[in-house]
Design a protein. Structure first.
Length: 169
């Protein structure tokens, strides 16, 4: 019992010491039919980053249009992210997420996203991203593509990297 408790305590300490916490705001536009409000998504993500890998919890709305009756646009998503390649202040990112849309007929959402992130400084990063959302339910499924951007703030300075590093000459 003591050994298990000590192991868990050590893992928690390593988690806190070797990662950065971030918060991100991410609006995007989908290719669905309708008004601009129908096409607009917004998300707030809180997560942790370990070198080239990050894991975030995302809460958002699939549409900013007015909803009559029960709101079927609110979702919660787990978003692992990988920094694939870095050149200077620019990083190519890949995200594959999975989540749940509350009260939705197509309540399972999965996401595949690629982006180009710019590190303005060690705490503030901007990301232009594009990808696809896949929705599925008991009797129907659909998908949409989207284009968006995000602003990411790290609570302590970051030292991000990539899987593929360019050799110095």
């Amino acid at each position: 019992m003591k050994r298990s408790f000590l192991s868990i305590l050590l893992l928690l300490a390593a988690n806190i010491c070797f990662c950065q916490t971030y918060i991100s705001l991410a609006p995007s536009l989908t290719n669905t039919a309708g008004t601009v409000a129908d096409k607009t998504n917004i998300a707030l993500e809180i997560g942790r980053q370990w070198d080239v890998f990050s894991m975030g919890l995302d809460i958002g709305k699939t549409s900013l249009a007015r909803v009559k009756g029960r709101d079927t646009t609110v979702y919660l998503e787990l978003r692992p992210n990988l920094n694939i390649f870095q050149q200077g202040r620019f990083t190519n990112t890949f995200t594959a997420g999975i989540g749940y849309i509350f009260n939705g007929k197509e309540n399972l959402v999965t996401e595949l996203t690629s982006g180009i992130e710019y590190a303005y400084n060690q705490r503030l990063h901007f990301n232009v991203n594009f990808g696809q959302y896949f929705y599925s339910g008991l009797a129907s499924s659909s998908n949409v593509t989207f284009f968006g951007f995000s602003v990411m703030f790290y609570f302590k300075e970051t030292e991000t990297g990539s899987l593929i590093k360019k050799k110095a000459d």
